[in-house]
Design a protein around this ligand. Structure first.
Ligand SMILES: CC(C)(COP(=O)(O)OP(=O)(O)OC[C@H]1O[C@@H](n2cnc3c(N)ncnc32)[C@H](O)[C@@H]1OP(=O)(O)O)[C@@H](O)C(=O)NCCC(=O)NCCS
Length: 149
């Protein structure tokens, strides 16, 4: 069974483990996740599959803007709609905090993430040349949240 829930500080080791299997994620490490849980404007969701955490999405709300900062799904659970479920839950959660747009940046080479974000409703709005380590471009995306729902 799958459930999406708000993360709690005790989830930090599971998030760091999933991230360590995901080189294209943000690379926060355990200390980074622990620090994120202390941020007032952090909104982190996890997806549990049969009782264990399989994926996470870390966002911040700075109304009217939300930012998706880090996201990953454990390798054995990929391409089964897990990230899509998380994003579908993240949007109304950010809306409830007063956001009407969500922004993110992603490596130009990250085809899986670009596809996933595009499917969830993000569109490309810009590009930062050589943003990552002075070599790789960042693609800037945003998604408008629907207040009519
Ligand atoms: C990006 C990531 C979170 C997607 O998670 P996921 O649960 O596998 O995604 P979903 O199953 O919900 O896929 C949604 C859509 O994304 C696209 N997609 C996902 N994986 C893809 C891949 N390997 N190649 C191409 N498109 C892909 C597809 O359009 C897919 O829809 P479809 O399966 O109906 O074709 C996952 O690949 C991951 O954890 N990557 C490593 C960490 C990372 O790069 N994070 C993002 C940057 S911070």
């Amino acid at each position: 069974m799958r459930i999406v829930r708000r993360a709690v500080a005790g989830d930090a080791p599971a998030l760091a483990r999933i991230e360590s299997d995901s080189p294209s994620a943000a690379g926060w490490g355990l200390a980074g996740f622990e620090s994120e849980f202390r941020q007032e404007r952090a909104l982190t969701l996890v997806l549990e599959e049969d009782g264990s955490v399989a994926a996470f999405a870390c966002a911040r709300f700075l109304p009217p803007e939300g930012q998706l900062l880090n996201m990953a799904c454990e390798p054995q659970s990929r391409r089964r709609g897990v990230a899509t479920l998380l994003l579908n839950a993240l949007f109304p959660a950010l809306e409830s905090h007063g956001c009407d747009v969500v922004t993110l940046e992603v490596r130009a080479s990250n085809i899986a993430a670009l596809g996933c974000y595009g499917k969830a409703g993000f569109r490309i709005v810009g590009r930062r040349p050589k943003f990552y380590n002075g070599t790789e471009d960042a693609i800037l995306m945003d998604a408008r949240l629907n207040h009519e729902k």
